[in-house]
Design a protein. Structure first.
Length: 175
């Protein structure tokens, strides 16, 4: 047993003491890569009315927006306009009342985004201020934008700036 241990220690020392030596010659240049496409975030805006009994609206993703399975779809609600500046809040957004709560929420496919109200209160009691003429901005992002966590996705202004989204590029539809 002592001999085996000595042999293992000696062998380990030989491997540790070996030097790498000088690097060899550079290999041949590989073939040039194909030109890629630069996919950036895209957005569209919808104005919706939530009606009884569904309180749900399907917004079709415009044909001009290509959505991949790996893309991220985010929805922002225009909460208010403060001194001429839009205040956007990321969904879901929850509201609490004495008798319960409700929230704006969403889900999506590659073709549409379902924006809906859900809660444990009678949604018919919400009033027009929360159900009519509601504006949502839907943003489609390549997953690479969120991989490093450098962008605060809940901050629409930061997101808009980081993807260089111009309001002229945003299409608007009414549902």
């Amino acid at each position: 047993m002592k001999r085996i241990l000595s042999l293992l220690v000696l062998t380990s020392l030989l491997f540790v003491s070996c030097s790498d030596g000088d690097p060899g010659p550079r290999g041949p240049q590989g073939p040039p890569g194909e030109d890629g496409i630069n996919i950036v975030g895209q957005a569209f805006e919808v104005e919706v009315d939530f009606e009884d009994p569904e309180y749900s609206v399907f917004a079709e993703i415009p044909e001009s927006i290509d959505i991949l399975d790996s893309d991220i779809v985010l929805v922002y609600w225009l909460e208010e306009v403060d001194n001429g500046a839009d205040v956007w809040s990321m969904l879901p957004q929850t509201f609490y009342f004495e008798d319960g709560q409700f929230q704006y929420n969403y889900n999506h496919t590659a073709f549409d985004v379902n924006i809906y109200l859900q809660g444990n209160i009678d949604l018919a009691t919400l009033g027009d201020g929360l159900t009519q003429n509601q504006i949502f901005k839907i943003v489609v992002l390549p997953v690479d934008y969120t991989a490093n966590g450098a962008i605060d996705l809940s901050n629409f202004s930061e997101l808009k700036s980081s993807i260089d989204l111009q309001e002229l590029d945003v299409t608007t539809t009414v549902h």
